[in-house]
Design a protein around this ligand. Structure first.
Ligand SMILES: Cc1cc2nc3c(=O)[nH]c(=O)nc-3n(C[C@H](O)[C@H](O)[C@H](O)COP(=O)(O)O)c2cc1C
Length: 283
């Protein structure tokens, strides 16, 4: 078992090590969908990081894109674009931006979902209208559209039996992705999905209880006793105790704050994100 690495260290890890450190907090039980669940796959969905050597057809992808496009968007403007990567060459170029996580090169398809105010602005200019979308609010609106679209796509992929992994690294070094995919101004990558037919069936990961995140009428801040109630089960999972041991940390929270998502890394990557937003004309 591998000790956790700082995000900045991950770029230097071999692909296999990265796979091990990227996985976290698995619950080794099988949850069955409740009988009253209307959505076939929601209670058994899990992230898939290993893919069979089998193509995902263009027809299937296009059908899912059409269906995901039914997602609500601001002003019905559909402020997103998707760049589909299938070629080994382009996956190779994208890989470092995702800290060389092996799924990028191993998945048959990589989707980069972008917040896109470019298309709408070009449309406006071609129709005697003056766009005013080179600002932060417009980025948030476009990012919201793009992420809602992304989630619908994930739900559809689950229903099809496809496997996928959401890569949050998209916003860690976005300029590299912008350059590789030749994204014009007012187009910003916000999410990446590696997609393929599953070649693994990992255990379901744990979840916090509803009471930990639902507030009635007003927000009730958390007491130390609440934290005990909501987090002890997660902390007591054998694999999480093991992670603490091998990383020589007293608490599970320290694995997040000191190793996985540190202040130093977050601040450095925030600076890169802000630079990229400026470069793309949103700031
Ligand atoms: C914003 C976001 C960023 C993520 N980034 C990564 C990533 O870079 N690498 C990875 O392997 N998984 C990534 N994941 C997947 C999570 O690790 C996974 O969803 C979580 O551990 C819960 O497991 P489950 O999806 O199997 O239920 C990300 C998920 C989200 C929503």
């Amino acid at each position: 078992m591998q000790r956790y690495k700082k995000i900045s260290e991950l770029a230097n890890l071999s692909s296999i090590k990265m796979l091990k450190v990227a996985r976290f907090g698995k619950l080794f039980i099988t949850l069955q969908p409740r009988n009253d669940s209307k959505m076939k796959t929601i209670l058994t969905r899990r992230t898939i990081r290993k893919y069979a050597d089998r193509e995902v057809s263009e027809d299937l992808l296009n059908r899912m894109f059409s269906e995901a496009a039914r997602t609500q968007t601001m002003g019905n403007l559909q402020l997103y674009s998707v760049v589909v990567t299938r070629s080994a060459d382009m996956k190779e170029k994208l890989s470092p931006a995702h800290f060389n996580q092996p799924m990028v090169k191993e998945a048959p398809v990589v989707l980069t979902i972008c917040a896109d105010f470019n298309r709408t602005s070009v449309w406006a200019r071609n129709r005697k209208a003056t766009p005013g979308y080179d600002n932060f609010l417009s980025f948030i609106n476009a990012a919201t559209d793009a992420l809602l679209f992304t989630q619908t796509l994930c739900n559809l992929m689950d229903e099809e039996g496809l496997g996928y992994c959401y890569l949050g690294t998209t916003v860690y070094m976005p300029q590299m992705i912008i350059d590789t995919l030749q994204l014009p101004k007012l187009v910003m990558p916000v999410a990446t999905l590696t997609v393929g037919w599953p070649a693994e069936e990992p255990p379901l990961s744990d979840r916090l209880p509803n009471a930990s995140f639902i507030h009635s009428e007003t927000y009730q801040d958390y007491t130390p006793a609440d934290i005990d109630t909501y987090y002890t089960a997660k902390e007591q999972l054998p694999e999480n105790r093991h992670f603490c041991e091998i990383n020589q940390k007293e608490t599970l929270a320290q694995i997040f704050t000191d190793i996985r998502y540190t202040k130093k890394d977050n601040e450095a990557m925030s600076a890169g994100l802000l630079e990229a937003l400026k470069h793309q004309g949103f700031l």
